[in-house]
Design a protein around this ligand. Structure first.
Ligand SMILES: Cc1ncc(COP(=O)(O)O)c(C=O)c1O
Ligand SMILES: N[C@@H](CCCC[NH3+])C(=O)O
Length: 462
């Protein structure tokens, strides 16, 4: 398994030394299927197509920037996860990207949903996700959010603090129900963007630490509250992870807690959730695991650890977000200016930027990019794809090769933007957040519309 390392090229503000960089790809017109949504290809005129539709037509009809989402790919990934995890439960992590259409697709494909705010919960319920298939997360759920979740009958609330244990118990008591809960524990494994680092102690806001006994104390409190039903233990170690070793440590420690709970309280909890975090390919360098490999590996780890602890194997659940929606979409941009900095590189400015993809600025994330309105046989040109915001860190793709004849008006697209792009989009510089256009079988449909000036002006009630 490989993963994209940042090339030994220039980082922020550094001057690029000519010739000391990843060589350009052999074919700039190629659209690597590992990185692009499944139905993406090129038509006879050279323009990229998705679900049988030319991106040039999509740009004309819906404008740019726009997120183009391949519905068949989304559904196929849902099925791949649920098939791989048959006998376990898959909760799609709605934080990656949530809309009514997404909820309908999840429902139809038999997935469950993880939400982490009252508004995500509202979208889920509004689009008809049965409440018992919803898990409610968050490190600071408000009393109102908790009440709403309890009253709606969500299948599980994932408890994240001592205060929350009391709040959920109170809400359940008032509603006259016994609320199923899991306790989110921090297992001492911290996963970063491309690697995981085992930490001696936790220093972050989520969960209750195993080390030092907070998690065990939370279990004691929950077991003593008649309005709560402790269904299991939850652990989420991070995001964009390629190495199963972090999950192995996490599973071992979670099962260790189940063993301690059995020994102290005489109860075997029926569920464990190992969270999400599985990585996807943002560039051709990335080589993520397939769902069936992940499922096999997690099942083996949990079964082995339970056998060692003499425990019945609990029901497993996972919460992939990025791994389902990430690869299914790309962002379509129009090139506005092409500015050559002699001896350095060429800056290609597009009509979006950090307001529709904050991940490059925030995480130094790697992305790829391609010219999609046509093919070109021009020489590769080292570029930096930047947005139109008033910020020099407004970078969409830090280092990318595009053909040297790239010109204003060309369409370029950044693949693998389905997760955490529209979901984290902002109105910086009063940017209007782009639409999400779902494509399937030769048809395109707006599932989240573009914001309008009027939308923003209405918010400004000054
Ligand atoms: C509790 C929890 N579950 C699931 C996810 C989804 O993560 P990913 O989209 O990386 O699969 C997250 C986000 O990292 C999370 O915090
Ligand atoms: N938003 C992050 C990941 C955090 C996921 C939620 N805990 C990303 O874009 O990679």
């Amino acid at each position: 398994m490989s993963r994209s390392a940042h090339p030994a090229g220039p980082r922020h503000g550094e001057v690029f030394p000519e010739g000391h960089y990843t060589p350009p790809p052999k074919d700039l017109n190629a659209l690597d299927p590992r990185v692009w949504a499944r139905t993406v290809g090129r038509g006879g005129d050279g323009a990229a197509t998705v679900a049988g539709l030319a991106v040039t037509d999509l740009a004309e009809e819906f404008g740019t920037p726009a997120y183009i989402l391949d519905e068949d790919d989304f559904r196929a990934r849902c099925r791949a996860w649920s098939d791989a995890f048959s006998g376990a439960d898959v909760f799609y992590a709605g934080k990656a990207f949530l809309s009514r259409a997404v909820v309908r697709w999840l429902r139809e494909e038999g997935l469950n949903l993880d939400v982490c705010s009252g508004t995500e919960l509202a979208v889920a319920l509004d689009a008809g996700m049965p409440a018992e298939r919803i898990a409610f997360h968050g490190n600071n759920k408000t009393a109102e959010e908790i009440e709403r979740a309890v009253e709606a009958g969500v299948g599980r609330i994932v408890l994240d603090s001592f205060q929350e244990i009391a709040r959920v118990a109170h809400a359940a008591q008032r509603a006259g129900v016994r609320q199923r809960v899991q306790i989110r524990v921090t297992v001492g494994v911290e996963a970063h963007t491309h690697e995981f680092i085992a930490t001696a102690h936790e220093d972050q806001k989520f969960g209750l630490a195993l080390q030092g006994g907070q998690a065990a104390e939370a279990v004691r409190r929950v077991l003593n509250l008649p309005s709560l039903e402790l269904a299991g233990i939850h652990s989420h170690i991070g995001s964009q992870i390629f190495d199963m070793a972090g999950f192995e440590v996490s599973a071992r420690r979670v099962v260790g807690l189940l063993r301690d709970i059995r020994d102290e309280h005489g109860v075997e909890l029926p569920e464990i959730d190992l969270g999400g975090g599985l990585g996807i390919a943002y560039t051709s360098e990335d080589d993520p695991c397939e769902p069936h490999e992940i499922a096999k590996s997690l099942a083996e780890i949990v079964t082995r650890e339970c056998a060692a602890a003499d425990l019945t194997v609990p029901r497993l659940s996972v919460e992939p977000g990025r791994a389902i929606v990430g690869p299914t979409a790309f962002t379509l941009y129009t090139v506005g200016t092409v500015k050559e900095l002699p001896g350095l590189r060429t800056y290609v400015s597009v009509d979006g930027g950090m307001s529709d993809n904050i991940r490059t600025a925030l995480y130094d994330a790697d992305y790829s990019v391609a010219l999609v309105s046509r093919t070109s046989n021009a020489e590769p040109m080292l570029t930096r794809v930047v947005g139109k915001h008033c910020e020099s860190g407004d970078i969409v793709v830090r280092d990318a090769y595009l053909p040297a004849d790239l010109a204003p008006g060309d369409l370029i697209a950044v693949p693998a933007t389905g997760a955490y792009c529209r979901a984290m989009a902002s109105n910086y510089n009063h940017a209007l957040r782009p639409p999400v256009v779902a494509v399937r079988d030769g048809e395109a449909r707006v599932i989240v519309r573009r914001e309008t000036e009027d939308d923003l002006l209405r918010l400004d009630v000054g």
